[in-house]
Ligand binder design. Structure first.
Ligand code: URA
Ligand code: CA
Length: 441
């Protein structure tokens, strides 16, 4: 097979065969095709698209480019969920313990922060002592024992995606529906869960900014997952503003514990219940959304959800007493309010900017080698649509030093935009997508 003729074919807008796709994917995984040819092909795909069949072949080839986890030793139907990435998006830490407490095993491999978005592994590592690197044996045995484990990748999952994603990042080819769908779904298929709920974010802080594009991405991913024989559905949820009020690693763990303790309700809990309900249904523990939400609420109010989180933290070497006293989590040195520069209503937020502010404070990495400061970030006190008086605290910053606090305050004052006109609060859940239908919610 000849790489130049594959590039030529896609350049002219023709569909590639399964064999041609398998050829360049294995060449991406083993390094036998040079970066410049892969990059040219990625741009041709970005410009000319792929058919549904091509996207499915691409995803399956990427899945089998590396190891595939076998979770068959787990009783029941192991479920997972995946978010396309957001800010203040701590749903995993809320819903995974609740779903597990309802009897559906959650065997989850999570990722680290990327760009302006946070990552579950970085958040979990803010818990003193906790390890996210478990052997496959320990991972499976923990899920069998307590129903829940959240860890980093144990194996070499979808290595073709590592090569292709790194090239896309530097060739302006990230924003391609078939490339995003195959990248995400190949890793989910390789991680072995039978039931997968996708949380496709939409709005200013998301990969896809318009609802139509977000729905199309959700449909493409769900079709591939179902074609591959997994139970897969998607919710399209809002990322016009951060989901929870807390942004930063230990701060987001604190918020998840506050929600699981019943002290805090609101958008983070609402979206977590919606996603968790679909996980219970895929796992066979409920027939309807209302039955599933009822079970999750019972796990919350009885404290069984928080108890499951406590067990997971202990099993992974962490200090479970942070579940009873969140002051045991890392604490920032400088804590200051962000005064509103004017009066009016919160009109919109620069959500990507807010994610970048948290990153600049030390909550995320700029290079792979950067070390995260688990204690830093901010807590927003206003949401879109809220009335604001001049001098009101828009947020509180948790910083490592005075200068970093001052910089973050100025940034947040620009990123939370106040105008004279009142806008309605953001809708949280926009659509539910299966391989058969799109339900607008
Ligand atoms: N996340 C991924 O894993 N891949 C993409 O292409 C985009 C987001
Ligand atoms: Ca099984």
């Amino acid at each position: 097979m000849n790489m130049v003729s594959i590039i030529e074919k896609k350049k002219l807008g023709h569909a590639l065969s399964r064999e041609e796709i398998a050829f360049f994917v294995s060449g991406a995984a083993d390094g036998s095709i040079p970066d410049y040819q892969l990059a040219a092909l990625l741009m041709a795909i970005r410009l000319n698209g792929m058919t549904r069949e091509e996207t499915t072949h691409l995803t399956l080839a990427m899945t089998s480019s590396g190891d595939v986890c076998d979770l068959s030793a787990i009783n029941g139907i192991p479920v997972d969920k995946h978010s396309t990435g957001g800010v203040g998006d701590t749903t995993t830490l809320v819903l995974a313990p609740l779903v597990a407490a309802c009897g559906v095993p959650v065997a989850k491999m999570s990722g680290r922060g990327l760009g302006h978005t946070g990552g579950t592994l970085d958040k979990l590592e803010s818990i003193p002592g906790l390890s996210v690197s478990l052997s496959e044996e320990a991972f499976l045995s923990q899920v069998r024992r307590i129903g829940l484990a959240v860890i980093g990748q144990t194996k070499n999952l979808a290595p073709a995606d590592k090569t292709l994603y790194a090239l896309r990042d530097v060739t302006s080819t990230v924003d391609s529906l078939p490339l995003i769908a195959s990248s995400i779904v190949s890793k989910k298929l390789a991680s072995g869960a039978q039931g997968i709920v996708l949380d496709v974010k939409t709005g200013a802080g998301a990969l896809m900014h318009t609802l139509q594009d977000s729905i199309e991405l959700a449909q493409a991913m769900v079709r591939i997952g179902c074609d591959a024989g997994r139970r897969m559905v998607a919710l399209v949820t809002d990322m016009g503003e951060p989901l929870g009020s807390h942004v930063g690693n230990a701060l987001e763990v604190k918020e998840a514990i506050d929600v699981l303790s019943g002290r805090v309700t609101g958008p983070l809990l609402e979206v977590s219940l919606e996603l968790g309900a679909r996980m219970l249904m895929l796992g066979g523990a409920a027939k309807t959304v209302s039955e599933a939400k009822e079970k999750l609420r019972e796990a919350l109010s009885s404290g069984r959800g928080l108890e499951t989180l406590r067990q997971m933290i202990a099993a992974q070497g962490g200090d479970p007493s942070c579940c009873d006293d969140t002051a045991r989590l890392p604490q920032a040195k400088v804590i200051l309010p962000v005064p509103a520069p004017g009066e009016g209503f919160v009109h919109h937020m620069d959500t990507i900017g807010l994610g970048n502010t948290a990153q600049a404070m030390g909550a995320g990495r700029r290079t792979k080698e950067d070390v995260i400061d688990p204690s830093v970030g901010f807590v927003l006190h206003k949401r879109i649509g809220d009335a604001v008086a001049k001098g009101d605290a828009l947020a509180t910053v948790y910083a490592r030093d005075e200068q970093s606090a001052i910089d973050a305050i100025a940034a947040i004052q620009r990123q939370v935009v106040i105008t004279g006109s009142r806008v309605p609060p953001c809708k949280l859940i926009h659509a539910f997508v299966t391989d058969e239908a799109v339900e607008r919610l």
